[in-house]
Structure formats: C-alpha cells, structure tokens
Ligand binder design. Sequence first.
Ligand code: NOJ
Length: 572
Amino acid sequence: MTDSIPLDATTTDIDDTTVAAPEAEAVLTAEEWWRSAVIYQIYPRSFADSDGDGIGDLPGITSRLPQLADLGIDAVWLSPFYTSPQKDAGYDVANYCDVDPLFGTLADFDAMRQAAHELELKVVVDLVPNHSSDAHRWFQEALAAAPGSPERARYMFRDGKGDDGAAPPNDWESVFGGPAWTRITEADGRPGQWYLHLFDPSQPDFDWTNPWVRERFHDILRFWLDRGVDGFRVDVAHGLVKAEGLPDWRASADAGSMGGDAGPSPYWAQDGVHEIIRGWRSVIDEYEGDRILVAEAWVEPLSKLADWVRPDEMNQAFNFPFLEVDWSAQEMKSVIDDSLAIFPGVGAPSTWVLSNHDVVRHASRLALTARNPQGAGIGPRSAGKPIPDLGIRRGRAATLLTLALPGSAYLYQGEELGLPEVIDLPDAARQDPTFFRTNGEKYGRDGCRVPIPWESAKPAYGFNTTGESWLPQPRDWADLARDVQSGVPGSTLELYRTALSERRYANLGLGRLTWLDGFGDDVLAFENNGVTVIANFGDVPVELPPGVAIIASEGLDEPALPADTTVWLRLS
Ligand code: NOJ
C-alpha cells in the first residue's frame, strides 16, 4: 500500500555529512527471512577461480564468502554448477544431483554451504526443470527407445507434419533463435520424430504431464534439501506446461507471454504450472526451516505473475517489469505502485532486481541510446551503445532507489563494483548460444558474464592466479577492482555497503513506502521507516529540504541533488 504526503522542499540548508549506520543489528527475523532479504547472485563460472583454469568454481566461491558477508547481504543464489556439457553455461543439466568437475565436487558444495551458513548467509540454488541437457541419461535413453515408449514420454517427442514427417510439428521458435524443434535419427538410421526445445537443441523440454517427470524432480528437490540448501531459484518457471494440442503461434518466443497481436502464448504462463508448483511446495514443507522457491517467470502483467507467489506456491518471483523500466520517474513509480499493491495482495513480498546474467548490466542499460530487447545484448557493431559516465551515474542512482524499497532485493555479482556491460568482446570469444543461433544478429548475454575483478594488480584481477579467463576481461577493469574501491568514500562498493547497512538498520525491507509530493514529474521522493529517499531522473538539480542528514548519496557537494542521482536523508 502506498499513499502520498506533501513535503516542504523549498530551502537548501543541509548538513551534508554522511551519517554512518550504527552497528547493524540483526533486525531480520529468523522466520520468513526472504520477505526482506538482499540476495546476491553468484554466477559461478565468473566469480572466483581456485584452480586457475579460467572458469570459476565452488572452492573459489567459498574463499570469497567473507567478502560477501562484509558487503551486508543476507543470502547467495548460485546459478547452476551441476554436471553439464556447458552448451548454455550450465542451464543444460546432465545430472541434477552432482557437481560438474569444472566447478568441483559435492564435498566442495557441502564445504561452501557450511561456510555460508557459518557467516549467516542463506544458500539458494538453481533448479532447471523445463529442460535437461541432451547429454542427460534420460534423454539418451529416450533416443535409443522406440517412438511411443515410456522413455520417449519423458520429453516432448512428436511426429513431424506431412507424409514423410519432414516438417516440424508446429511453428514454434526457440528463445535463442531458429525453430524450437529438432528431428532425430531413429536407432535404425531412418529420419525419425522431432523433439521440442524452447531453448537450444541441446536442451530438450520435459513433458510435465508425465508423473514420472514430476517424481524425478521431487527426488531432486529432496537431494538438495537434504544437503541443507535454503531454497531454489526456478528456471523458466513459466514454461513447463504447453497448451493441449501444441497449437501454432505466430509470434516469436521473445514476444512474451501475452504475445501481442498473436494472442497469449501456448507455452508461457499456462495454468497447469500451478499444480506442479504446489507439489514442490509440499515437498519443501516436509523440511524444517524457512526454505524458499523463487520464480524466474517472464509473465505479464504483474497481476498474472502474482499467481506464481500465492501462499501455497512460490515465495517470490523476480520483478522483471521493474528491471525493464526505462530511466523514467513516472514509469518507475507506476511499476513500484503496482508491485506494492499486487504482491502483498497475495501475501508475498515484492522483489526488486536490476541486473542478472541474462540482461545488459544496469550500469550500461540505463544509458543505452537505442532500444535493446532483452537477450539481444550489445557488441561492437550494435547501434545505440551506452554513454559510459551516464550509465554508471544512473546505475548507482537506480540501485540506491531500489535498496530503499520494501521487499526483497536481488544483486548480481559485480554490480557492487559498478561493472558495465563488456561490449568489445571479439566474436571468437563469444559463447552464448543466442549469438550462434541468430548468426551473430544478436550478441546475446556474454557481456554481463565476464569474470569479475577482485584485486587490481593480480593476474585476471584476482579472479585466479594464472590470468586465465573464459571471457576476456577489459583492460580498464583494474580501476574497478574490489581492492581499489574498498574503504574509498564515494566508491560504488562503499555506496552499496552503506546502503545495505542502513537498509538493515532501518529495516527498510519490512517498511512501508509513502510517496512525498512537491518535487515534479522527473523526481521520485518517498519515505520508508524514517528514511527519506529522493531520486532525480531529470536534468534540473533538485533543492533538498532543510535540516537533513545525508545517509547515503553519490558524493553530494552542494545543497541540491544533481541529475541522475539518488540520496537517502534523515529529516531532523
Ligand atoms: C533462464 C536462464 O536464466 C538463462 O540463462 C537460460 O539460458 C535459460 N533460462 C534456459 O535455461
């Protein structure tokens, strides 16, 4: 619920000293920690590399956990580290209950989980239920078995159209480009059935109408719950169920669940998903503790997404409408208002997210000079490249606004360093299947996945000790390394630290937002648990109210808030 009160914003007599937060107290209750938690996404292959092979790993994560605890987060979410041929950076799982040797062993996972818990960090892992890898034993057995067999029934195999079955069963497109169907060669060498893959051909979709599939995933949940995880981020949580009869759909996969002129999608946001989620909830409820399910569901509008977080379903859903907002005060206000009405309306907290491993980093995205649809990425030949200085200013301003909102916030590794999207990756270095499936028309997501810099003077900026890196790191990242920013007032790292500490101290995650009027259309101003937040999206500096103490800002040195800046104040 939000409402609006006026604030006298006419005078400029401010005390511009930064007020340090008193020692952060554990204000988060042990119960329902997720309602207000700040959850930090670790992308394991790019976080920290202990063995120097250029790909991050679980021991690397363990070694850096104290620095995450020091940042002031509550939980980590790890993108997949399971056995995988890595055709889609681990979102192609060949064994759901083991660790890929690239990332370590199950013992390394246990050590990481234990170290995180000792630091009072919760651990959320990824669940990838829409598809497996084609290297998964279940799919290999399906290929070897005959059409109509129980093995084939685990996945979406269909006969092709036409007399010789040479045309795909329908017109669906893959999210990564090209058709969503691939024809197999049967065991006897003849051209055979087709299988559905909403993503890469190496990622065959499961058939979730099959109870066998449901049972296997209950086993997988129990396997990781037994190992002490605090929850699951559910990949493609809106895609598991496909419409009866697999009807044609004239839209491309990135048209979204509403499909524009083509009408609602036959594979996104089908109602049958909810029964599956309820089954998972009941498995999780067999376990002690407060363990969560988080939906990665690109579902519009927010009122429909709210169905994913009803009391007997998931705990949270990523708020992608918030992530997709342009740099516009009124658009942002509208999404915040909707979110704070709709999610609590079903008993869930809103989440807030600006960056992840699938989108252009927000320190670049907010200063793009042309439209860039999600997944398209940005590279050397792209039109509309971001304006770097503007991007980092807006990125910091957006973060400060976000971390003041009630609900749970997600951070993506490296955003606390102000990392921009890496644009100048050579084609030969790119690995995202999107780049290959679209013949380079879309650059894809590699630019937000480059290994992050820890120590400016070390090989690979401290990502490892050998200097290897699965994607090349930009030359100018030494200046952004964590050690260069740590303890430096005004650095992006210190801004995040201060904001996270104040957020915890003032319990903003469980607070209540009240809009403040009187600042004009290009400014958002609100109060939450005694903290006043003013964000200036416009060109004109905003005069600040009198007698205020600045809690967190981006280096204000005059009594007015410049363009593209957010400030947290305590009114005296
Ligand atoms: C969403 C994941 O975040 C993305 O990285 C992946 O490519 C697709 N799902 C397919 O699993």
